[in-house]
Each structure stands twice: as structure tokens, then as C-alpha cells.
Design a protein around this ligand. Structure first.
Ligand code: ATP
Ligand code: MG
Length: 248
């Protein structure tokens, strides 16, 4: 990796870029993943490269929804594997939930490499290498899912997901939690809860919120879910972008 001085004003962003590029070199990430990262960086600039108040609220609601769910599942793609593999493993442990590798540009080799990486980092329940079910409404490769994982989950965490797949999971009656820096993406607009934040900030915040809410009562968790309004949170994230822009 290129050595980036810690004093660089955009250090974290540059490190993330290097990690995604390294993910391509190591065979976890597709070349299209570089484009997705670039798009994310642009939106991160617009939200001020920070966790905004609306993102913090969405993250707390997401923690409540994951704790409230009967069968949560976590989707892992090439960008997430390059950027946040350790945190994904920690999240799966905190929730006792499976990690399922699911790739937009599926290749069996990449699925295997990502699954091996997650297991190497200590994940106990890694799915995706032997899909046995189909999510209706998607073309064949993207529709592949696994029983006991995403296929029969009630809540699915989908960081950096495609809008079509988010919709197809919702059509199966599932709830979806997106992590997507673009508040205008179809994924963010459609998801049950949309965390408009960089996955590099959102995942540690989500794990911390889960640990905190584990000490709360069922009533408190239900209250957080009842008072959360995703449309209002998305509107707020657009307002946050406007205020970043008007600061000039
Ligand atoms: P749509 O949901 O409208 O179909 P898209 O699929 O066209 O959107 P892509 O470029 O395919 O968009 O997917 C990348 C999405 O992931 C973008 O919305 C981008 O903002 C988001 N993204 C990229 N990197 C990150 C990151 N590090 N953290 C969070 N979100 C990210
Ligand atoms: Mg897409």
C-alpha cells in the first residue's frame, strides 16, 4: 500500500481508497467496486466526512431493529470485505448472526476468498459458497441466497447494496437496513432503515449501539423503533448536505 502521512487532512479517506484498491489486488473486490468507492467518496464529501445527526439516529434504530429481529443476517460484498472485514465479524458475533457473501458481479473464486477471509478473522457462520435458494425477481447470479442465512432472515443488513436487490428482499417481506452514503440512491430510498454514512464509521457505531442497547429493556427497544421515521431521516440527511454546501 502507498504510505499516507497521518497528517494528511483527508487521511481516512485515502486509507479507505488504498484498502479498496488492495481488495481488488487480493481478489476480494471487483474493478467495479472502485467506481462504487469513488461515488461514495463524493457523497461523503457532501455530508462533511462525519457521522451526521440523522445517520447517528438511523444507526441507533438499526441496532434496535437487529436486536429485535428473530433471524438477522448480514450481507457481505467485495467493498465491505476490503474495508471492514474485521468489523463485520465482530458485528456477526455481537448479534449471533450469519455472514453471507453476496456479490453483484459474482465469481465463485471471489466468494470463496471473501468467505476464507471472514473465517480467518474468526467468523463462525459464513454462508454464500453453496447457495440453495433464489430471491425472486432478480437475474440468476444475483438472486442466489442461502437457507439459514439471507433467504429466511427477517432483517437483512445490506451495506453498499444495489437498489434492485434491496427491493427484491423487501418484496419477500423482509426488513432491510442499508448503509449507503447516497441518500438519493434507490437503495437508500427503499430500505426500511437507511444509514447515510460511510461504512467505515457506521459499522463501529452500529456495534457500539448494539452493545449499549443489549442492556435496554424490550420496551425501550420497541420505543426506539416506533419513534423512528426513515423518510424524515432521509430528508434530514439532504438538509445536512445543503447546510454543508451553504457553509461554502
Ligand atoms: P442504486 O441504489 O440507485 O441502484 P447504484 O447501485 O447505482 O445505486 P453503485 O455505485 O452501484 O450505486 O453502488 C455504490 C453505492 O454505495 C453508492 O450509492 C455509494 O454512495 C455507496 N458507497 C460506496 N462506498 C461507500 C462506503 N464506503 N460507505 C457507504 N456507502 C458507500
Ligand atoms: Mg446499482
Amino acid at each position: 500500500m502507498t504510505e499516507i502521512p497521518k497528517t494528511h487532512p483527508r487521511y481516512l479517506s485515502l486509507v479507505a481508497r488504498e484498502k479498496v484498491a488492495a481488495g481488488v489486488a487480493k481478489g476480494f473486490t471487483s474493478t467495479q467496486g472502485l467506481i462504487a468507492q469513488g461515488r461514495g467518496e463524493a457523497f461523503d464529501y457532501l455530508i462533511g466526512e462525519r457521522t451526521t445527526p440523522s445517520a447517528a439516529e438511523a444507526t441507533r434504530a438499526a441496532a434496535a431493529m437487529l436486536l429485535h429481529s428473530r433471524r438477522p443476517a448480514i450481507s457481505v460484498n467485495g467493498n465491505v470485505a476490503a474495508l471492514m472485514a474485521e468489523e463485520m465479524v465482530a458485528l456477526a458475533k455481537a448479534l449471533n448472526a450469519p455472514l453471507e457473501v453476496n456479490l453483484f458481479h459474482r465469481s465463485e473464486e471471489r466468494v470463496g476468498r471473501i468467505a476464507d477471509l471472514l473465517r480467518f478473522l474468526g467468523a463462525e457462520h459464513v454462508l454464500g459458497e453453496r447457495p440453495d435458494a433464489i430471491v425472486p425477481g432478480l437475474d440468476h447470479a444475483r438472486a442466489k441466497a442461502t437457507s439459514g442465512g439471507i433467504y429466511d432472515a427477517d432483517v437483512v443488513l445490506i451495506p453498499l447494496e444495489d437498489g434492485d436487490r434491496c427491493e427484491a428482499l423487501l418484496a419477500m417481506g423482509k426488513k432491510t437496513i442499508a448503509i449507503d452514503l447516497n441518500p438519493l440512491s434507490r437503495t437508500a430510498v427503499k430500505a426500511t432503515i437507511s444509514i447515510v454514512d460511510n461504512v467505515t464509521r457506521a459499522l463501529p457505531n452500529l456495534i457500539a449501539a448494539i452493545e449499549e442497547l443489549k442492556r435496554s429493556s424490550e420496551g425501550e427497544i420497541e420505543e426506539i423503533l416506533a419513534s423512528y421515521d426513515n423518510r424524515a431521516a432521509l430528508r434530514m440527511s439532504l438538509e445536512e448536505i445543503k447546510s454543508t454546501l451553504s457553509r461554502g
